[in-house]
Design a binder for this molecule. Structure first.
Ligand SMILES: Cc1cc2nc3c(=O)[nH]c(=O)nc-3n(C[C@H](O)[C@H](O)[C@H](O)COP(=O)(O)OP(=O)(O)OC[C@H]3O[C@@H](n4cnc5c(N)ncnc54)[C@H](O)[C@@H]3O)c2cc1C
Length: 337
């Protein structure tokens, strides 16, 4: 629990790869007086929610090669092993006592004393941690709090079957996966291969006729199942609209005039920068609502407020978030001396 009248050196918002690596980097830099706040009940929640069971966690995600530049690294493994590795790293660094879960932060406010107050919301009602202020803040809240939606409307009655990850899929369902990146590919062929989902019928829909944005492994896996018919190819055409179906829950109207009926659609279209928390905290944003920040230190226009990980890049990865954490903490440590 957050102690009374505490001033922490760093308040880290978000306990995904960027936030947890910041906590470990802080510890290694001799900064013990920190708090890590996440809205979820555990660290790495996005990975818990959006990675499919058994997913391989790649170091070079989206085909981009990364080298670790900080103190936090990971060995490529499955989703479950990755979470276990991170738990061990956090335990070894003895930082887990500083993690405060189940608080959704809406903004941070820099006072005249130069310290940040941290505002969270319960059922939409904002409240400030009265007993705690922070000298520095690292915002690492990712993008998947708000997954990208397509242009067309989601009818209210279909919302339960229009999803952004595989968690609700039941065996035997006809599922349309929408998207052309690695996540869409992994969802689609992942579902074809998933134990206990043998009777699912998987369709991949992507507006382009060819897979162009996936890494070589995912491209090969998808093409293999598209070629042998285990995955239905609905590529090269976009979705115009969705409505209630007659045989299955959803009727999809495609731009070429064709239609299809599915039990569920899963959208893997990436996520949007969390503009509100940035703007409400005084951070200047530029094109695509990406914050303006120092590329070496990740400090924003608000002195002492840093933003790292997926928030600052649309091609984010775990390794990149780890590296950002190292750079931001290095800068904070040099100023705290
Ligand atoms: C399906 C999928 C598969 C992927 N596979 C790979 C892969 O194999 N290898 C790889 O390197 N990358 C992969 N990525 C990308 C990688 O997961 C991200 O780049 C990485 O998780 C970014 O870390 P982050 O800390 O910036 O954000 P996140 O992991 O999104 O963490 C943000 C954290 O902030 C918390 N949070 C959000 N808003 C608030 C708030 N207002 N208040 C409090 N807490 C908040 C969230 O609960 C979450 O814990 C994948 C992404 C997806 C979606």
């Amino acid at each position: 629990m957050i102690q009374d009248n505490k001033i922490v050196d760093i308040a880290i918002i978000g306990a995904g790869p960027g936030g947890m690596a910041s906590a470990i980097e802080a510890k290694q830099a001799g900064i013990e007086n920190i708090v890590v706040i996440d809205k979820a009940p555990h660290h790495n929640d996005m990975i818990h929610k959006f990675y499919k069971k058994g997913k391989r966690v790649d170091k070079d995600w989206m085909g981009i090669k990364f080298e670790f530049t900080g103190n936090v690294t990971f060995d490529e493994c499955s989703k479950e092993e990755y979470i276990a590795q991170m738990d061990t790293k956090l335990q070894n660094a003895a930082v887990l006592d500083h993690f405060e879960y189940n608080h959704e932060i809406v903004r941070v406010e820099k006072g005249e004393d130069g310290l940040f107050s941290i505002v969270f919301a319960t059922d939409g009602i904002p409240e400030t941690f009265e007993s705690m202020k922070a000298r520095n803040v690292i915002l690492s809240v990712g993008r998947m709090g708000k997954p990208n939606k397509p242009r067309y409307k989601f009818p209210k009655e279909l919302k339960k079957v229009l999803n952004f990850n595989l968690s609700k899929v039941q065996d035997g369902e006809h599922v349309m996966v929408v998207g052309g990146g690695d996540t869409a590919g992994e969802y689609a062929y992942g579902l074809v291969e998933m134990e206990g989902m043998e009777d699912c019928v998987v369709t991949l829909n992507y507006r382009k006729a060819e897979i162009t944005r996936m890494n070589p492994i995912n491209t090969e896996m998808c093409n293999k199942y598209l070629d042998n018919g285990k995955m239905i190819n609905k590529m090269g055409v976009d979705v115009e609209s969705v409505e209630e179906g007659t045989e299955r829950a959803i009727k999809v109207n495609f731009t070429d005039g064709s239609t299809g009926e599915y039990d569920r659609a899963v959208y893997a279209l990436g996520g949007t920068t969390p503009k509100d928390i940035l703007v409400n905290s005084g951070v200047q944003t530029g094109e695509w609502d990406v914050p303006i920040f120092n590329e070496n230190t990740f400090e924003t226009n608000v002195e002492g407020l840093y933003t790292i990980g997926d928030v600052v890049t649309d091609q984010g990865s775990i390794a990149l978030a780890f590296n950002h954490a190292g750079d931001a903490v290095k800068d904070i440590a040099s100023k705290l001396k």
